[in-house]
Design a protein around this ligand. Structure first.
Ligand SMILES: Nc1ncnc2c1ncn2[C@@H]1O[C@H](COP(=O)(O)OP(=O)(O)OP(=O)(O)O)[C@@H](O)[C@H]1O
Length: 277
């Protein structure tokens, strides 16, 4: 899917009256099948930008076009159809705790199903081999019939990503997919997402705190600061100086947050590390 954002501004729905928009006069053009990472300090507007692209939030000003259509001018039914072609993976996937992993993963297909088929699939998983294959790509095939609330945070995050592989979407919007993964799993998960998007010709827009992962995996990097575009460059042209300017006064975020330990219930008390951002 092609994205065309011109002079777009957006405000978080819960922002107080008079607060500055989270996205300000942003221009962004993305070709169908392109892969790009959005980086920037905390509060830069990365999540808000994804919500804008996912048609979860209308632009307060400016224009958003997806495949040449202005979503917010479409009749309701057509807007819903368009939303079915978008897959937004939030940082913490909304997985019902008592659900089986297989059902959670197959929920990625819901936009392509009718009402009756969707309801049925909640009780009788319809394509178990497809769920197995998607989970296997994230090294989670052994969790196929596990309950979601028995997974670790990192496993849940990977189940949320496996959903994308089942979705009929032509635009994947993935918010901070690596926050609960250790560095090895993070690299694996990123490779899997990028390969799967490439195989399908799906456009992939990902926000990332791990600048090193973004630079190593993505051909194009968008730097966002205070809701505005700081740069939009090929990864090879993102210099130390540009990163230093992007993260000025937020230097501690440049190394990315330390990984959360990817364990289920620990057998003994673990050291708790708190990060303030
Ligand atoms: N729940 C909220 N209520 C009110 N305003 C919010 C809320 N969430 C975000 N905002 C506003 O939107 C701005 C951008 O937030 P956003 O979550 O898009 O940034 P971000 O770059 O994704 O941050 P992070 O890296 O910390 O997730 C914030 O600085 C804040 O002003």
């Amino acid at each position: 899917m092609k994205i065309d954002l011109s002079a777009a501004s957006a405000r978080h729905p819960a922002a107080r009256a008079g607060a500055a928009p989270a996205i300000r006069a942003l221009d962004l053009q993305v070709a169908a099948g392109e892969q790009l990472a959005i980086i920037g300090p905390s509060g830069a507007g990365k999540t808000t930008l994804l919500q804008l692209l996912a048609c979860a939030l209308p632009p307060g000003a400016g224009v958003l076009q997806l495949d040449g259509q202005s979503p917010w001018q479409l009749p309701r039914a057509e807007l819903q159809r368009l939303r079915g072609r978008l897959f937004l993976a939030p940082q913490v996937p909304p997985l019902p705790p008592r659900q089986r992993v297989v059902t959670s993963v197959l929920a990625g297909r819901l936009p392509a199903m009718g009402t009756w088929q969707s309801l049925r699939s909640l009780f009788y998983p319809v394509d178990i081999p497809a769920a197995f294959e998607a989970l296997d790509r994230f090294d989670l095939a052994d969790k196929l019939f596990e309950r979601v609330d028995r997974l670790s945070g990192g496993e849940r995050q990977r189940v949320g990503l496996a959903r994308a592989l089942l979705s009929p979407a032509s635009l994947w919007l993935i918010d901070e997919p690596l926050s609960a993964l250790d560095p090895m799993r993070a690299r694996q998960a990123m490779d899997t997402l990028l390969d799967a998007a490439r195989e399908r010709g799906t456009t992939l827009v990902t926000t990332l705190h791990q600048v090193d992962v973004a630079l190593a995996h993505f051909p194009r990097i968008v730097g966002l600061r205070d809701g505005a575009l700081a740069f939009d460059l090929p990864a090879a042209e993102v210099t130390r100086e540009r990163l230093a300017a992007l993260y000025a006064q937020h230097e501690h975020e440049l190394d990315g947050p330390p990984p959360v330990i990817d364990e289920v219930t620990p057998a003994s008390p673990q050291r708790v590390v708190m990060h303030c951002r």
